[in-house]
Design a protein around this ligand. Structure first.
Ligand code: NAD
Length: 504
């Protein structure tokens, strides 16, 4: 079934979705759908109701070992002999299958993650299919270079030197829960374009769409073992994947804390590693901003995905001339947001992904209150089933408060006034993170003056929170190492081999 209109509510769960949830969910290793070595399982919940919806295998080190061996075998098998054009073709088929199964994937994502089905359709499915096609294009465009060399010995000898780009090998991909399908595609697509093979370990909260995606990989015609999925916890399956000697490259998206553990482990055996980590993005609003854009700033910048976005604009700095208006607008708008299940796109605030994460966001709000931040809404806690949190806006904050320094990852934002723009930049940069930021101004000089001063991997102007497959994405400071998307992403999945030929 093709995908439904993004803004239409889910009236009934598709039989294919119900069937998938009812039958035992299996990992995919090689061409086999398997339970864990120990047959242990993990429960998966619907965040909107708090009810269990499925059980998935609790993969362990043995399962990871089997998956890495399958990926290793595939790396040297048929996959390595396929022409780039054939790799491209199978990736394009996979993109078509993502779309053809789009409504099923979207419903599954919303049931598992809680997010608006509109986002599931547009981002998890739509943007993922686009991403797969974009990376498929690169499969036929990988190239090295010819190099003039000046080697002086033996005297008079001439050389022909060039570089080859070769797949880095088996990729261990570890993904977070906030954009489960999309993050899986961000890892798998460039790996396939470069001829690598993959073992992916999705977040324990949201494994379902990644499992379906890997099933679709086989259906698209990828040889067995090219993409494998092991479900399970980070501490067990994730750590085993990170440490496995058969993995050459780790592609991680998740928290800075876990990213540091993965980085340390990667250095033990010199695995290539990219880390896409946490954020605490500032949005700097100047007196001359177009006030009609406040709705976009709040809706997409702050509350997109119910604030569970690594680039979420969680710290607004508003110049004194507009500070009161920004506070009033945000308070009115946030009060009007309807809270409820993501199956109805009319609900703009959907549940947090898990009871644990709901507890974390509530604790961050409580700490903000304890430390003296002023709640504009005084929302209070959410009573009822599901892992919901009521949005909150804090003013009277100072830079040292944890609400200004630590990642909340929920519908919570602070607003701080500033007079001198230079002070705003200092406050914006006063964080250990550096993933995203935005400037809101109609003055070109202001924009060009301050863009270079922001310490962040992406700076939007009059926009926020909008990545693109062709635009490098990654963090300064503790928001990560490396860049995903665009041509730059391919280097993460390729080794450079220099070849030097002495001419007779
Ligand atoms: P997390 O770090 O808790 O978990 C991410 C993944 O790591 C999960 O699959 C988890 O099972 C695994 N993991 C946990 N412990 C592990 C270990 N010891 N060894 C190996 N793997 C382990 O993050 P999360 O709570 O799932 O996701 C939210 C975080 O992700 C936020 O900090 C957010 O900012 C970040 N994020 C960053 C980006 C980005 O592109 N920079 C995008 C989305 C989310």
């Amino acid at each position: 079934m093709q995908i439904a209109r993004p803004d239409s509510a889910v009236e009934e769960i598709l039989p294919s979705v119900a069937g998938f949830l009812e039958s035992p969910v299996r990992m995919v290793i090689g061409d086999q759908k398997v339970a864990s070595d120990t047959s242990e399982t993990l429960a998966v919940f619907n965040p909107a109701t708090g009810q269990k919806i499925a059980e998935v295998p609790k993969g362990n080190a043995q399962d990871i070992d089997k998956a890495v061996k399958a990926a290793r075998g595939a790396l040297k098998g048929e996959w390595s002999r396929m022409r780039p054009a054939d790799r491209q073709r199978v990736m394009l088929k996979l993109a078509d299958l993502i779309e053809a199964n789009g409504e099923e994937l979207a419903q599954l994502e919303t049931l598992n993650n809680g997010k608006s089905v509109m986002l599931s359709r547009m981002i998890e499915v739509g943007a993922s299919a686009d991403y797969m096609r974009y990376m498929a294009g690169w499969a036929t465009k990988i190239e090295g270079s010819t190099i003039d060399v000046s080697i002086p010995v033996p005297p008079g000898t001439k050389y022909h030197a060039y570089t080859r780009k070769e797949p880095v090998g088996v990729v261990g991909a570890i993904t977070p829960w906030n954009f489960p399908l999309n993050m899986a595609v961000w890892k798998i697509a460039p790996a396939l374009a470069c001829g690598c093979t993959v073992v992916i370990k999705p977040a324990e909260e949201t494994p379902l769409t990644t499992v379906r995606l890997v099933e679709l990989c086989l259906e698209a015609g990828l040889p067995a073992g090219v993409v494998n999925v092991v479900t399970g916890t980070g501490e067990e399956a994730g750590a085993a994947l990170t440490a496995h000697p058969g993995v050459q490259k780790l592609a991680f998206t998740g928290s800075t804390e876990v990213g540091k553990l993965i980085g340390v482990q990667a250095m033990q055996d010199m695995k290539r590693v990219t880390l896409e980590l946490g954020g605490k993005a500032p949005m700097i609003m100047f007196d001359d901003m177009d006030m009609d854009q406040l709705g976009v700033a709040a809706g997409i910048g702050v509350f997109f995905n119910s604030g569970q976005t690594c680039c979420a604009g969680t710290r607004i700095y508003a110049q004194k001339g507009i500070f009161d208006k920004v506070c009033d607008f945000l308070a009115d708008m946030t009060r009007s947001l309807s809270i409820g299940s993501g199956l109805d796109p009319a609900n703009q605030i959907n549940p947090m992904v898990s009871a644990k994460h709901q507890g974390h966001v509530n604790a961050c709000i409580a700490r903000g209150l304890e430390q003296g931040a002023k709640p504009l809404l005084n929302s209070g806690s959410y009573d009822g089933p599901g892992f919901f949190v009521r949005p909150e806006i804090f003013t009277a904050v100072d830079q040292k408060m944890s609400i200004m320094q630590d990642e909340v990852f929920g519908p919570v934002v602070t607003i701080t006034p500033f007079d001198d723009p230079d002070d705003a930049i200092v406050m914006a940069n006063d964080t250990r993170f550096g993933l995203g930021a935005s400037l809101w101004t109609t003055n070109l000089n202001t924009m060009h003056k301050y863009v270079p001063q922001i310490e962040a991997g992406t700076v939007w102007v009059n926009a926020h929170n909008l990545p693109d497959q062709n635009m490098p994405f990654g963090g300064y400071k503790q928001s990560g190492i490396g860049r995903e998307h665009g041509r730059a992403a391919l280097d993460n999945y390729l080794e450079t081999k220099s070849v030097c030929i002495a001419l007779g």
